[in-house]
Write a protein of this length. Structure first.
Length: 157
């Protein structure tokens, strides 16, 4: 008799608690802030991928500009071109930066038993509008004739 009551009570608890764990959290669906973060920061697909020993990982980060700083999950890893081994399998937020260039952020997936090579292309930052304007005005000032060199009024040549 006690066994039947225990089984019925257990089944009742499982059935009543299942909806609590199976419902999707309102903050994790499409349009949520966490989903938007993944939509804003794209995944970077590897340039090359090959099989290695199943217990290891190897990730190679190459850039079009020499000596870029590479961060994984906010932690500095080294300067490009960089090879990292034996990272834990999973997604990492990778940031690549260099002064004078626009930083790149991407998610990369590190997979156990794979060697992956990632290529990151940084674009130079555009000069600020003020810098462009002052440089252009300096250039145009050298090409203009000074006002004192103009023919005086009343003098005809």
């Amino acid at each position: 008799m006690n066994r039947k009551i225990f089984i019925i009570f257990s089944l009742f608890m499982i059935i009543s608690l299942t909806p609590l764990f199976s419902q999707q959290d309102d903050n994790s669906g499409p349009g949520s802030k966490s989903a938007e973060a993944f939509a804003i920061i794209p995944n970077l697909e590897p340039e090359e991928s090959s099989d290695i020993d199943i217990s290891r990982t190897k990730s190679i980060f190459k850039t079009n500009v020499k000596s870029c700083k590479i961060y994984l999950n906010g932690n500095f890893q080294g300067i490009s071109n960089l090879t990292l081994t034996n990272l834990i399998e999973g997604f990492y937020l990778m940031r690549v930066e260099k002064e004078g260039y626009i930083s790149q952020e991407n998610f990369v997936y590190i997979e156990r038993g794979k060697e992956k090579s990632f290529f990151i292309e940084l674009q130079p930052k555009e000069k600020k509008q003020d810098e462009k304007t002052s440089a252009e005005s300096e250039k145009s000032d050298t090409n203009e004739t000074p006002e004192s060199a103009e023919t005086p009024a009343g003098a005809e040549g």
